[in-house]
Write a protein that binds this ligand. Structure first.
Ligand code: NOJ
Ligand code: NOJ
Length: 709
C-alpha cells in the first residue's frame, strides 16, 4: 500500500534519535508535573511569532485572548533552570502537533488554535512553536535540555478529532503535508460525520458523535489507526516520555487499549487520559474506572479536582474530599497512578474563585502529599490569575508574566517535590485519614515504614485543638518538614500499639500546614510500583520500590523467571516472559531469595489490534440489560460474566443489533460468546457453540455474527 510505505519511510529517518530512559519512564509516581500552555509561557524565538503559512493569528499586544501570543518550545527550554529550581521533574506541554492555519471562526476577533487542540497534521510540529517544522529542532532541543536537567516531557495528545468542522479549515487533515480528508471531502471514511454529542451519558454518542464541532476521527479505519499510531511513535522517537491523552471518553474505548499497547510496545512510556468526568458521582463512573484498571492508561482525577476546588476555594467540609478519595481508592486498582490537579487550562484558577493565597498554599500542599501524581498549572506558583468572565477559558490561560524564585508557592513546591523523592510514603503509600473536621484534615501516607503525616487547618481565623491523634510515626519528636513555611511546628509521638502511636495534644493555628515524616529501613524488598501494568511477552516492565539490594535477584511470573535487564536497590527492569495469558501476582525476590510483596500484572496473549464485533438480533433485552462479550483469552476476560470483567457494555444504535470496538490479540484464534447482563448482575448466555475468529496479524478487524437462540 503506497500510503503506508510513504510514512514508514519517514519514520526510518528519525530512528537515530534516542528513546527516553526505560526505568524512568515507567514509574511516574515520584514525579511532580508542571502543566504548560506553550503559547502562554515564554517567547524564546520571535522568528516564529507570525509564520507565513498561518500569518495573522498572532497578537503582539496580548489583548485578544483567542490569538497566539508568542510562547514556544524554545521559550520553555530557556526556563529550564527555573523549573528545576522549583523541584519540577516533569513538564506536560500543550499539544505540539501542527494545528489549523486559519481563523477558526468568522471573527474578528481572530480565533486561533494557540491551545493546540485543533490538529491538521499529527506528523508535524506546529510552526508557531518550532520554526524549523520538518526538522523538529526546537522540540528536540527542548527534550534534550529537559532530560539533561532530570526533567521528563509529557506531550498532550488529542487524537479524538482534527479541527473545527464549521470554519477555518473544516477539519482538514494532512499526513506530513499530504492532504488526507476534510469534512466535505472524505471518500475513505476517515471521519465519523455524526451530529454533535447531545447526551453525555450515551456511550455510543460519546465515542462516535462529534465533540463540540471538532471533526471526529474514525480510529477503526485502518489508515487512521496506522496514521495516529505512527504519529505518536514519532514523538516517542523524539524523546517524549509520556502522553496526556485528550478526551479519552470520546475516542473509541476499545481502540485506545490498542493505542496504549502500541505505544508501550514501541518504548517505555506513561499514559494518562482526560475522562471527564470520572467523579464517583458520575453516571459513567463505573466505565471510567474499568477503563483505567484495564487499558494501561491512567486518568486525570476529576473527583479530587472538584472536591479540592470546593473545599479550598468554596470552603466546603473536608469530609467531601475524604469521601471522594476513599471511593476512588477502592475502585481504581492503580490509584497511586491517578494524576491529581486542582487547576487546569480548562477551569478558572483557584485564585479567581478565592483570592486568599493561604488557601492556594493549602491546596498545593494537599495536592503534593495526596495519593496520585500531582500537576501544578503554570503560573500558580506566581499567583497569576485574570478574573474576566470569572476567569474561565481562555482567561485562565494567562501570560506567564513573572518568574520569581522566591514566592512561598515556589518554595513549597520545591520542598514537597524533594520529599516525594526521599520518602516513598508519598509516591507509593496508602492514604489514611487520621483526624478530620470541617476545617482540619490530618492524613497519613504510609509505605511500609516510610510515613508522612500531613495536617491542614484551612480556617481563616481560628486555631483548632487536636487531641486523640494517632499515627504510624514511631515514638519521637518531629520538626515540621516545611520548616514553618506554612506555620507548622513540631510534633511529639509516644509509643502505642499496632501502628497507632499517640501524638501529643496541640493546637493547629488558622491557615497552617504541617508535615511530619520518617523514613524507615526495609526488612525485605518493598514493591511500590509496576509500569506498565499490562503487556505481552517481550515488553519491558519496571518494578520500583525499596530495598531490592544492589545484587541482581529475580522476578517471577508463577514459576517462570523473567529476564532482568537492569537491577538497582529501587528499580528493576525486566522483560515479560513467555507465559500463558492471564492476570499474575508478580513476585520479586532479592539475591538472597527474600520475597517482596507481590504486584499485579496482566500478560496479554499477543500485541493488540482493534477488532469491532457485531452481534445481530440480540433480543429481547429489558431496560438496564446490556450485551457483553466474553471468551477464551485474558483480553476477553477468560469467560468471565460480570460488568467489571467482561468486555462491554456493547452499543446499540440499531437495536436489536449490538456492536463494540475492542482490542484483541493479533494473529490469535479466539473463542467467544455474547451474554446479557441484567442490572442485578443476572447473566443469560446465548445458546449454541462458541464463535471462533482469527484476529488479523495487523490492521483492524471486523467480525459479525447472529445471536444464537
Ligand atoms: C479537553 C481539553 O483539555 C480542552 O482544552 C480541549 O478544548 C478539548 N479537550 C478538546 O480537545
Ligand atoms: C476553544 C477552546 O478554548 C479550546 O479548548 C478548544 O479546543 C477549542 N475551542 C476547539 O476549537
Amino acid at each position: 500500500m503506497k500510503f503506508a510505505q510513504f510514512y514508514f519511510g519517514c519514520v526510518t529517518l528519525f530512528l537515530v534519535f534516542e528513546f527516553a530512559n526505560e526505568a524512568n519512564c515507567q514509574d511516574f509516581k515520584k514525579q511532580v508535573i508542571y502543566q504548560i500552555v506553550t503559547d502562554r509561557f515564554f517567547n524564546g524565538d520571535t522568528t516564529n511569532n507570525n509564520p507565513s503559512q498561518s500569518s495573522g493569528l498572532f497578537d503582539s499586544t496580548k489583548t485578544n485572548w483567542f490569538a497566539y501570543w508568542g510562547g514556544d518550545l524554545a521559550g520553555i527550554q530557556q526556563k529550564m533552570s527555573y523549573l528545576k529550581g522549583m523541584g519540577i521533574t516533569t513538564i506536560w506541554i500543550s499539544p505540539t502537533v501542527d494545528n489549523e492555519n486559519s481563523n477558526m471562526d468568522s471573527g474578528p476577533p481572530i480565533s486561533a488554535p494557540y491551545h493546540g487542540y485543533d490538529a491538521r497534521d499529527f506528523m508535524r510540529v506546529e510552526e508557531h512553536f518550532d520554526r524549523s517544522t520538518s526538522l523538529w529542532t526546537a522540540f528536540d532541543n527542548l527534550v534534550s535540555a529537559a532530560h539533561a536537567n532530570g526533567i521528563k516531557v509529557i506531550v498532550d495528545w488529542a487524537n479524538n478529532h482534527s479541527n473545527y468542522n464549521g470554519g477555518g479549515e473544516f477539519g482538514a487533515l494532512y499526513n506530513n503535508g499530504v492532504f488526507m480528508a476534510s469534512d466535505s471531502n472524505d471518500p475513505n471514511g476517515y471521519f465519523h460525520h455524526n451530529a454533535n454529542i447531545s447526551d453525555y451519558n450515551d456511550r455510543y454518542q460519546l465515542q462516535y458523535f462529534t465533540l463540540v464541532g471538532l471533526e471526529d476521527l474514525n480510529q477503526e479505519n485502518s489508515t487512521i489507526d496506522n496514521y495516529l499510531k505512527t504519529a505518536i511513535h514519532q514523538f516517542q522517537t523524539h524523546g517524549a516520555d509520556g502522553f496526556r491523552l485528550d478526551a479519552i471518553k470520546h475516542v473509541t474505548w476499545g481502540w485506545e487499549y490498542s493505542l496504549a499497547n502500541s505505544v508501550l510496545s514501541q518504548a517505555p512510556s506513561f499514559l494518562f487520559g482526560e475522562w471527564y468526568n470520572n467523579n464517583p458521582g458520575d453516571a459513567l463512573y463505573h466505565d471510567a474506572y474499568k477503563f483505567a484498571n484495564k487499558s494501561g492508561i491512567s486518568e486525570l482525577d476529576f473527583g479530587v479536582n472538584q472536591a479540592a476546588r470546593n473545599v479550598f476555594a468554596g470552603n466546603t467540609k473536608f469530609s467531601e474530599l475524604d469521601a471522594v478519595i476513599s471511593a476512588e481508592n477502592s475502585n481504581f486498582t492503580w490509584n497511586t497512578d491517578l494524576v491529581t490537579f486542582f487547576d487546569s487550562h480548562d477551569e478558572s484558577r483557584l485564585l479567581t474563585l478565592n483570592k486568599n493565597k493561604d488557601r492556594l498554599h493549602e491546596a498545593m500542599a494537599f495536592l503534593l502529599t495526596c495519593r496520585g501524581i500531582p500537576v501544578i498549572l503554570y503560573g500558580d506558583e506566581q499567583y497569576l490569575h485574570n478574573d474576566t468572565n470569572n476567569g474561565n477559558d481562555p482567561y485562565n490561560r494567562v501570560w506567564m508574566s513573572s518568574f520569581s524564585t522566591t514566592t512561598t508557592a515556589y518554595k513549597l513546591i520545591n520542598k514537597l517535590a524533594t520529599l516525594r523523592q526521599n520518602n516513598d510514603g508519598l509516591a507509593y503509600g496508602g492514604f489514611q485519614p487520621r483526624w478530620i473536621n470541617n476545617d482540619v484534615y490530618i492524613y497519613e501516607r504510609k509505605f511500609f515504614n516510610d510515613v508522612v503525616l500531613v495536617a491542614i487547618n484551612k480556617n481563616d481565623t481560628t486555631g483548632v485543638a487536636i487531641s486523640g491523634l494517632l499515627t504510624a510515626l514511631p515514638a519521637g519528636t518531629y520538626s515540621d518538614y516545611l520548616g514553618g513555611l506554612l506555620g507548622g511546628s513540631s510534633l511529639t509521638v509516644t509509643a502505642g500499639s499496632g501502628g497507632n502511636n499517640p501524638a501529643n495534644n496541640f493546637t493547629l493555628p488558622a491557615h497552617t500546614v504541617a508535615v511530619w515524616q520518617a523514613v524507615g529501613t526495609p526488612a525485605a524488598p518493598e514493591v511500590g510500583s509496576i509500569g506498565p501494568t499490562v503487556g505481552q511477552a517481550g515488553m519491558k516492565v519496571t518494578i520500583a520500590g525499596k530495598g531490592f539490594g544492589s545484587a541482581t535477584g529475580s522476578v517471577l511470573f508463577g514459576t517462570t523467571t523473567a529476564t532482568i535487564s537492569s537491577w538497582s536497590d529501587s528499580s528493576v527492569t525486566f522483560t515479560v516472559p513467555s507465559v500463558s495469558n492471564g492476570v499474575y501476582s508478580v513476585q520479586l525476590k532479592n539475591s538472597s531469595e527474600t520475597a517482596a510483596n507481590t504486584i499485579q500484572f496482566t500478560v496479554l496473549t499477543a500485541k493488540l489490534i482493534p477488532v469491532t464485533f457485531t452481534v445481530n438480533n440480540a433480543t429481547p433485552t429489558n431496560i438496564g440489560e446490556y450485551i457483553f462479550l466474553t471468551g477464551s483469552t485474558v483480553e476477553l476476560g477468560n469467560w468471565v460474566t460480570t460488568f467489571d470483567t467482561a468486555v462491554g457494555p456493547m452499543l446499540t444504535p440499531n437495536y436489536p443489533n449490538w456492536f463494540l470496538n475492542t482490542s484483541m490479540p493479533a494473529g490469535t484464534t479466539i473463542q467467544f460468546k455474547f451474554i446479557k447482563i441484567a442490572a442485578n448482575g443476572a447473566v443469560t448466555w446465548e445458546n449454541g457453540a462458541n464463535h471462533s475468529y482469527t484476529v488479523p496479524a495487523s490492521g483492524t478487524g471486523f467480525v459479525t455474527v447472529n445471536w444464537q437462540y
